[in-house]
Design a binder for this molecule. Structure first.
Ligand SMILES: C[S@@+](CC[C@H](N)C(=O)[O-])C[C@H]1O[C@@H](n2cnc3c(N)ncnc32)[C@H](O)[C@@H]1O
Length: 553
């Protein structure tokens, strides 16, 4: 997926409804089975089987239960339909919701009649059935003798699956073809061939389906501002296949951001993208979130590919800092890496620039970030080859750091951090737990690089604890200390920084401080870069903070 023209930052570049979607099992009682929004108190069940719950009649109609579909196909309206609803039904049927070649298909229809597939079968298996049924509904016939894996024409990774996973797919394929033939009365011609094609469809769905997420934000009214220091959380509510959205590759430093309103996928450019450049979103891990080796491992385990994005291929400061130890020499900012991280980072250098000789001739120093020059000075010298960039050696001055001894000390310090986390979870923080955690931060800072992510995490925990005990000034100081580190690990305009700024701003408002217009503008700019005008819908607390700030001024 590459840009055909220059794309300005924050531009909405893609909007798409899913080809097929399904609610996750754990959300069946809490979220609408069609739009995936939270269910209101008055839920609307399916008219035929009462199993799926919807937030409104509109969603119920669009999902299309068996009876409803049959009535509407015959242009009859169920007797108990109100005038208002009848109007709505006329409207949706006239735009083709239940006609052939429709935009939305009646995705629940074939699962209605008490069969209840989504409660029994794994989500991706139900998704496969929905893909096939939608295709046959569009084609207007009830037999299948075609290229099932050609319906979506997406890539798959069947060849890379373990024998156990392959066997599992074959078993589910047989179950699915049996269900489609015997329950949905779908005629699967040449069923042995069809079963093997369903296997490929299933592996396509495993590679290409996306998790639909919602932001979990509590009602802020009546709560203290500093109560929202740790509240923004992404919750997976559904799984869906988007025919075009599936073509975006992954990058650990993405230039586009995907989010959802109802079940619609939105993709927005988070930076300027020049003509011809690849448009890449993140499937999960990102630079700044975890070390390169952990990102690679996660993508390999979950998606079975070795990530070749620019974030993993090129040296970047974040990957050097994120798990580094500090140099023993005072005032030296050099990174000290353990053997595993050092191996990865040196490999990147070799991949991008070849031999040391080439590196010198390429004037590598000009190509690298200033931060890298500061913390890994030896990358530009021959001494790197002679052991200065070995594990345990500072990559800037070459001093030796006993990593094993540091690890042992850190393990002890972490015990106090765990105690503090437990106290936060139980909403009661004893003073001694807080004091011990403060000592732990000092120990971490003595052994870890100043931009090591663990320090940011512990600073954040301590900020939360100070909020709970009501010492907001201390909370603010620790929150700032955490943000300062995160700004070194992520782009300063990354959404993660936006979320951290919300915490900072809300603590400041609780203290009665007025927030500088610059800070509010920065916050708004970050959120609109990722969510455009949808930011206020998805994050209602942004508006709340703006109003509170006006009241404070
Ligand atoms: C959802 S598809 C993306 C579109 C796919 N590249 C195509 O041409 O249809 C996901 C697959 O693309 C490949 N892929 C995506 N991002 C990648 C990356 N950063 N490095 C290597 N392979 C990647 C992997 O094979 C992965 O299983």
């Amino acid at each position: 997926m590459a840009s055909l023209s220059d794309i300005p930052q924050a531009t909405l570049i893609h909007k798409e409804d899913p080809y097929a979607a399904i609610i996750l099992k754990q959300c069946r009682d809490t979220h609408c089975h069609f739009c995936f929004n939270e269910l209101p108190a008055d839920t609307v069940p399916c008219t035929s089987c009462s199993v799926p719950l919807y937030c409104s009649v509109q969603c119920q109609l669009q999902a299309g239960g068996y009876d409803l579909c049959n009535h509407l196909r015959r242009c009859e309206f169920p007797e108990n339909l109100s005038d208002e609803l009848e109007d709505y039904v006329r409207q949706v049927t006239s735009v083709g919701i239940f006609s052939s070649n429709n935009e939305h298909s009646a995705e629940h229809r074939h699962e209605c009649q008490g069969v209840h597939w989504p409660a029994v079968l794994p989500s991706d298996i139900v998704l496969a059935s929905r893909v096939m049924m939608r295709y046959t509904q569009q084609q207007g016939h009830c037999s299948v003798d075609f290229n099932i894996h050609g319906i979506l024409d997406l890539c798959h990774n069947y060849g890379k699956l373990s024998p156990e996973s392959k066997l599992e797919l074959h078993i589910y394929s047989i179950i699915l073809s049996y269900c489609l033939e015997h329950i949905c009365e779908l005629k699967l011609l040449r069923s042995a061939v069809i079963a093997s094609q369903i296997v490929i469809l299933l592996s396509q769905i495993r590679v290409n389906s996306m998790a639909i997420v919602r932001m979990k934000i509590p009602d802020l009214k009546g709560r203290l501002d500093h109560d929202i220091t740790s509240t923004v959380e992404q919750v997976r509510v559904g799984q869906a296949v988007y025919a075009v959205g599936s073509f975006f590759n992954h990058s650990c430093q993405p230039n586009v951001h995907a989010y959802f309103l109802s079940r619609t996928l939105y993709v927005r450019a988070t930076e300027f993208v020049a003509t011809g450049h690849e448009l890449e979103l993140s499937y999960g891990p990102q630079v700044g979130q975890c070390a390169c080796k952990d990102r690679q491992q996660l993508l390999k385990d979950r998606y079975l590919f070795i990530c070749q994005c620019s974030g993993c291929a090129r040296l970047n400061p974040s990957d050097l800092f994120i798990s580094a130890y500090r140099c023993t020499k005072p005032n030296c900012y050099g990174v000290v890496l353990d053997s595993c991280v050092a191996k990865y980072e040196k490999q990147k250098l070799n991949n991008s620039c070849g031999t040391l000789e080439t590196r010198r001739t390429l004037k590598q120093a000009d190509m690298l970030d200033d931060d890298i020059k500061k913390v890994a000075h030896h990358l530009f010298r021959q001494t790197c080859q002679n052991g200065q960039c070995e594990p345990g050696r500072c990559w800037s001055c070459g001093s030796y750091h006993d990593i094993e001894a540091s690890r042992a000390t850190i393990v002890k310090a972490e015990i106090c951090v765990s105690r503090l986390q437990e106290a936060i979870a139980s909403n009661g923080v004893p003073f001694t737990a807080l004091l011990d955690a403060l000592k732990s931060i000092d120990i971490l800072r003595m052994h870890l690089h100043p931009y090591n992510k663990r320090i940011a995490e512990v600073e954040d925990n301590v900020a939360q604890a100070f909020c709970l005990v009501g010492d907001l000034q201390a909370a603010l100081d620790h929150c700032r200390a955490s943000v300062e580190i995160l700004e070194k690990l992520y782009d300063p305009n990354h959404i993660v920084i936006g979320n951290e700024l919300i915490k900072l701003v809300s603590v400041q408002l609780s203290m009665g401080h007025h927030i500088a217009a610059d800070d509010m503008d920065r916050l708004a700019a970050i959120f609109s870069r990722y969510y455009g005008s949808h930011a206020d819908i998805i994050f209602p607390h942004l508006q709340y903070l703006k109003q509170r700030n006006l009241q404070t001024s």
